[in-house]
Design a binder for this molecule. Structure first.
Ligand SMILES: *Cc1c(COP(=O)(O)O)cnc(C)c1O
Length: 230
């Protein structure tokens, strides 16, 4: 049987080792547990082990889980999957973070829907946004290209109901170190331009150490916590 508590402890250990090797503090790196396709019972086990940040990719599935787990009222939900326009309303209503904003039109819709959500629930804060960068351009089609990043960042920064927090990327498998270094450079540039930027969402089960070496502040870990997905 899978032992979620041990797996989380193991990942925390890997994070702290990678931080040590790069003269960073482990508090600088947040562990986001990616629970897509996994049942609520495993999310509850992770919660019991102290995990609070969870990432989901598929909106329908995510919204059902968020409803079912409402009693765990300090859970923080992050949307990390591709976003179609017709999904922005539910994302704005249900999540605290979204990592996968790559188009102006999507940002604009999220901003409008978050405004409505806040009007209905004064406890809600602006939605935390990371821009998804297409860092391995030949391989992947999702994400904004580096040349269009400025315009999108500037737009999100001006949205009253969105908070620009940083960048997210999914490097190709076995991406060279230069890819990670480029990500770090773009993140540092963005941070210098916008005071609200503090998050580099980079690193998954297989590239956690490279990501932390490149300054990642949030690693998105699925398989290493919850096991392989079917
Ligand atoms: C599925 C997924 C992850 C987790 O990947 P693992 O390899 O299972 O750790 C992280 N980020 C995104 C965007 C994902 O879709």
């Amino acid at each position: 049987m899978i032992n979620i508590k041990n797996n989380i402890a193991d990942i925390e250990q890997q994070i702290s080792l990678a931080c040590q090797q790069n003269a960073r503090k482990s508090e600088e790196v947040c562990l986001l547990a990616v629970s897509k396709t996994k049942p609520n019972s495993l999310i509850e086990q992770a919660y019991q082990a102290g995990q609070r940040h969870f990432g989901e990719n598929y909106l329908q599935e995510a919204v059902e889980k968020i409803q079912a787990l409402k009693h765990l009222n300090d859970l923080c939900w992050h949307f990390i999957g591709p976003i179609q326009s017709n999904k922005t309303k539910l994302i704005a209503e249900n999540f605290t973070w979204v990592h996968s904003v790559e188009r102006l039109k999507i940002a604009e819709r999220l901003n409008n829907h978050r405004q409505q959500a806040i009007a209905a629930n004064k406890d809600l804060k602006p939605l935390n946004v990371c821009l998804q960068l297409n860092i391995s351009e030949e391989i992947s089609k999702s994400g904004v290209s580096a040349s269009e990043l400025d315009e999108l960042a500037n737009f999100v920064n001006q949205c009253e109901y969105l908070t620009l927090r940083g960048l997210m990327a999914i490097p190709e498998k076995n991406a060279p170190k230069s890819t990670y270094m480029q990500m770090q450079r773009l993140f540092n540039q963005l941070k210098a331009q916008y005071p609200s930027v503090d998050t580099l969402s980079l690193g998954m089960s297989n590239d956690l150490a490279q990501a932390i070496a490149a300054g990642s502040t949030m690693v998105r870990i699925g398989t290493a916590i919850f096991g392989a997905r079917g």
